[in-house]
Design a protein around this ligand. Structure first.
Ligand SMILES: [Zn+2]
Ligand SMILES: [Zn+2]
Length: 465
């Protein structure tokens, strides 16, 4: 698969193949082609609920031919969930990412192997990939220091990772080639979060930018105000004797929610109450404290002085062991932070089914919800008279409080527009967003800039001359 023809002197422009995650949030996968060189950027799964095709069109990648290197922006499953499959097809291709992302990939992929194994045992669903694919793939990963220019393809391509905010280890990447300079923003945040600083804007001007557009049709609420609103609402329910479930993505959102609630308790703005943490959140929290150089300035200092900022002696956060899970809904008033973030499975779905029928309890949604996901259905229930929905294979009447808080780890419409105007590329591709978000964003972009909205399966060509 890797026998290579002679590299032509003139490459005839750059091609970008949008394999997955172009007109959708999920299954991110692109291939950049310069001459006979091909670099694959991210390879994730679609994460929403329902009967969807989980994988991007990997056959399309194979049709293109050999892959020289695989570049990974961050460890969310919509960017790494199909990497073990692509590794089986291209076992010799090295993978490059940051040290923190590699550590997170180990946890995320071990968790998905565990989930696939239990689906096999319970529902005879064949796993998407075997364990040896994950192990041999992880052994091929090379970590790249932040900001360091890395020569790839025998020096024909120079790659640089810069932190992009979003979650621990997340980066944008710049590819410098004879045919132009392209920037993949990856997922990024412009607001400072409790865990990570905002994205680092590259100093050099790219010809082409491929930006995420998740919230291309939204403006975020003031972050600090939203954090206080959430903490106060959780405290009000718990003080009245109820339990609050916050379904949260195990990587990123869960750490943000925990730090908000722990901090507000520490400074006495809300009373002390236990915060139960369930799912793979705990392992990921541990990883956050192992990589202080990737953390935001304030948290970095705290970690260097006090160690793990989530689970320390006297912390209100308590990890739930699986064998004790059923006792939590029966116990004291509390907040529960559990994965998965869209209630598609995992402990959050169990807690939602247990808590939802009692009006004293609450479910607070803080993150992106795929249209088809149970989380989106819960939000839609908020205005209904006698709302019922299926959770954990049974009908549940939703009598609890339901509310949404915007703690996004993605840039909003104005922040994206402003970044692109600052970078000043010739062409900009909007990806990682639905049609509404991308069309709204395209309207806001600087005049004279060529803005394109590719669909999955499309190929774009670019020439500097
Ligand atoms: Zn992400
Ligand atoms: Zn993403």
């Amino acid at each position: 698969m890797n026998d290579r023809k002679a590299v032509p002197q003139k490459a005839n422009g750059m091609k970008i193949h949008f394999i997955g995650g172009a007109h959708e949030v999920g299954g991110s996968c692109s291939v950049v082609e310069v001459g006979a060189r091909r670099l694959l950027v991210d390879c994730g799964q679609r994460m929403g609920g329902g009967d969807i095709d989980r994988l991007p069109d990997l056959a399309r990648v194979q049709e293109l031919g050999p892959i020289d290197a695989i570049l990974v922006t961050h460890a969310h499953a919509d960017h790494i969930g199909a990497l073990p499959l692509i590794h089986l097809a291209y076992p010799q291709a090295p993978l490059y990412t940051t040290e923190a992302t590699l550590a997170l990939m180990r946890i995320m992929l071990a968790d998905s192997l565990r989930i696939m194994q239990s689906r096999w045992l319970q529902e005879a669903e064949i796993p998407l990939y075997p364990e040896h694919a994950v192990l041999s793939m992880l052994a091929r990963v090379k970590t790249v220091p932040l900001g360091q220019v890395l020569p790839l393809c025998q020096g024909e391509v120079q790659m640089t990772f810069l932190l992009s905010g979003h979650v621990l280890g997340a980066c944008s990447l710049t590819l410098d080639t004879a045919e132009g300079r392209v920037l993949f923003t990856g997922d990024y945040s412009v607001d400072a979060q409790r865990t990570v600083d905002p994205l680092v804007v590259p100093k050099i001007r790219p010809h082409v930018v491929i930006t995420e557009a998740t919230y291309g049709n939204r403006l975020h609420a003031n972050r600090k105000a939203e954090e206080s609103r959430l903490a106060e609402a959780v405290a009000a329910v718990v003080t009245a004797g109820g339990k609050v479930l916050i379904p949260a993505f195990a990587l990123g959102r869960a750490q943000e929610v925990l730090l908000i609630l722990i901090h507000e308790q520490r400074v006495g703005r809300i009373p002390r109450f236990p915060i139960f943490v369930d799912g793979m959140v705990r392992n990921i929290c541990q990883t956050y404290s192992l990589f202080p150089e990737f953390l935001g300035q304030r948290l970095r200092k705290q970690v260097q002085q006090e160690g793990n900022p989530f689970f320390y002696v006297g912390s209100p956060a308590r990890a739930v062991e699986t064998k004790n899970r059923e006792s939590v809904p029966l116990g004291e008033a509390c907040c529960i932070v559990a994965s998965s973030g869209m209630l598609t499975g995992g402990p959050s779905q169990f807690y939602a089914a247990e808590l939802a029928s009692n009006p004293i309890n609450a479910i607070f949604i803080t993150g992106y919800q795929d249209e088809e996901s149970p989380g989106a259905k819960v939000l839609a229930m908020a205005d209904q008279v006698e709302p019922t929905m299926r959770l954990m294979d049974r009908w549940v009447t939703m009598r609890c409080k339901i509310a949404r808080y915007n703690l996004s780890a993605h840039a909003d419409a104005v922040q994206i527009t402003s970044l692109i105007a600052t970078l000043g590329p010739r062409r900009c591709y909007l990806v990682h967003g639905d049609t509404g978000a991308r069309q709204a964003l395209a309207q806001m972009m600087p005049p004279g800039l060529s803005v394109l909205l590719p669909s999955n399966g499309e190929m774009a060509e670019f020439q500097t001359s």
